[in-house]
Design a protein around this ligand. Sequence first.
Ligand SMILES: [Zn+2]
Ligand SMILES: [Zn+2]
Length: 174
Amino acid sequence: MFLSIKEMELRKIRFDETFAPGEIDFAGEALAQVSGLHAAGVAELLAHSGGEVRIRGRFQVEVTSECDRCLGRARFPLDTSFDLFYRPAAEIAREEEVSIDEGEAEIGFYEGDGLELEDVVREQVLLALPMQRVCSDNCLGICPVCGKNRNESACDCKEAAVDDRWAALRNLTS
Ligand SMILES: [Zn+2]
Ligand SMILES: [Zn+2]
């Protein structure tokens, strides 16, 4: 869905869209969209702002990725609200260097006649994911010694690995 600046000059654009898996391209991000992505909200052109656009809304989706610890499947049901500001990209060229104030971290830029809602939502999904993608906070990961998934079966080398960690802690404190 295209959020057209020309249309926003006349009225706010309300959106309430559901994107099936595959409609938004997450290729290259090592994740899969496993539910419809529902996004609803409003886009408006801010008065006397030189073309600044505010997009507010909320999305729900479930994505999966590989668990960072055990390489199994990690599921992320997301339900996240957003409140974003976009300035015309032409403005950057004029100002040469853009200093973004604290509290203005949500500023982005758009080129041309507007923004694709899909691009906006895609970026928000990526930002909503945790830095460390794990299947569970309790994930035991893969044994560094024998390579077994420790969530599936305990192995005999488990104690040695724990001992190593304590040794490293002792070195830190001494
Ligand atoms: Zn895991
Ligand atoms: Zn092991």
